[in-house]
Design a protein. Sequence first.
Length: 681
Amino acid sequence: MAALVTFVSLVGMTAPSFADTGTGTGATGTAGLFVPANGRLGSTVLPPASWRSFPVLGQLGIPTSGVSAVSVTLNVAAGPETDIYAAPDDPAHPSFLAVHYQGFGTTSNSAVVAVGANGSISLETVAPNVVVFVDLQGYYTSGTTTAPGGYVPVTPYIAANTMTGGTGLPPIPLNPNQTSVVNVPKLPTPVSAIFANIYVNPTRPGGSGWFTPYPDGGTKPDNQIAFSESRPVSMGTIISVNNQTGKFDLYYGGGTGAVQINVMIQVLGYFTPTATLGAFTPAAGSIYDSKGATIAAGATVKVPVAGIGGAPAVGNSLLAAALNFRVSSAASGSLAVGASDRPLPLGAAASFSGGDQAYSTLSNVPISGDGSINVKNNGTSPINLLVDLEGWYTGTRLPISVDPDGTIRYNNVFAYGLNMPDLTTVAESGAMQSDGTCLFSSSSAAVENSGDVYNEVATYNPTTCQRTLVHGSLSADAIATLTPAVTGGTTPTPVPATVQQLPPGPAPAVAAAAAPSLAAPSPAGGVPNTAYIQAYDKSAYIDPLFITITSLSVNLTYARGQGFILGSGYSGYAYDYAFKYDGWSKSGLQNNNLGVSSTWVNYSVNETFRNDDFEEILIRIFGVAAVAACGFDTSTAVFYLNPRVTGNADGTYTWGHNNSVKGGCSNLVHFHNWHDYGHSN
């Protein structure tokens, strides 16, 4: 979900290569909150190579002071092919490319423009006789003026689709010069506006058309969002809605040759008059340029946003960004964009028609915990891509959020701050137990000195038993950061394992690993070299603030010769921990056994932790709103952990763990695990 301050539409560009279109980079105003407002600010014939001012303060309900920026729709109706730039009416501020006009028909795009010291914004073009209409979407307060209107990103969802049916519109194409009522589900009350992507697919090639969205039951303003009916297009826009019902009226106006169209509306976020978070800071600057290194068809690129172009560094404050995507390709296609720590949403954030022409669209994109987004080329041909920053939304990131399908997202994933160079996201499926619990089991293998490996759950769906984990290798600095946070400032007491001498045979089944070459030769006399090895596996459940709730670790020490386990020198210790500020009952260490054969030694232990009022702990920490996500479950919270580690005579070690959680809002805490040679409590 995303942050955007303006609506976006698809605009044709002629240049197949990209260059920075603005002057300067960084914030162009102070952070503020959004207030919907509609109407036409004015129209003009732009003179060539000269800035033309548009007064905005005091117009159409905009205050005379305390305004940081405005969100406008720029409609270009006549003139030769040209670029149009926008800026505050102040030469000290940077400008940016707002619209490319093809020289025929009507083209629209949106821009978030900071207001100059004289209360105006300005536009400029290099061609003569360019006719521009400027329509208002709303304005943002400045940092010294407060107003309700914070932006709340959501997991993108389809609110209406005339091609397949939906809650917002009936499954029939829209006719020209028709007004439809769009019912937007899943919105709070009250709500002032939404940010949405609108996808238009004509039933056949036609002329030109436009949308005018406005709150249901209100008066239709002069605003227009123009588009071509010759091809599918995607547009992003802020839409004012009825603040009690969440509905808006959508007028489809058609010019000469207008045809029936199908429409899909995807909601990316909303503005609520009761929120004081989600403030927007306008900016101008380029944050990504493929520079001729094309992005292959079907490929995804990760684009950093945090700390780029003046945006805040990685942390909990960056929620979403207003980003303009410009793409060129030899063939038609579309872009999908979204936060890099979650699946890309359905629907196109930008569409392009090929022919090596460039197209531009502004989209409201949520930012992942590591401060980045993913952009996927859904076309059939490589693309060139340029991404410009027009501003960002900041606010306190809720520790958890819940998708419409019940997937819980843990928004404060600690892994993103550990600087793991090989960080990846992997999917994991659990097994549904008879009591409704999801039991997850994992195992893998590694060679000696392969480094610490870390896993942390980022999403979890208790209904489908699916979760995603962030996975990567830990540096020494990361381990130093991680260890104190996990132990919660206490040192659990070690419990020795019970040794079971086993006959020769295979070790417990785990994923195989290639045996390393053992470089050290046997010394004179044929006595094998001996290596004393330590290996561990630690599993824990942590809350969204990274406070350890429960943890269990196994530590294995053994002596390995070349090709066999020595008959002495092995030991195992387990450490268990439960959050110390509330009453817990524990099963005690179960199956605390160290199994030894001539070729392997295995240590495994399990424990169950119970708490009768765990939901009260979460309410005290996060408040009622966060705990509402679990339905205020007051049943006993039960945590089950079962880590295990095996040392092998060939120089490899294998690790694994089983884990489950149920009851008492325990789904609001999440699992993590790490393992390596060495020791951990």
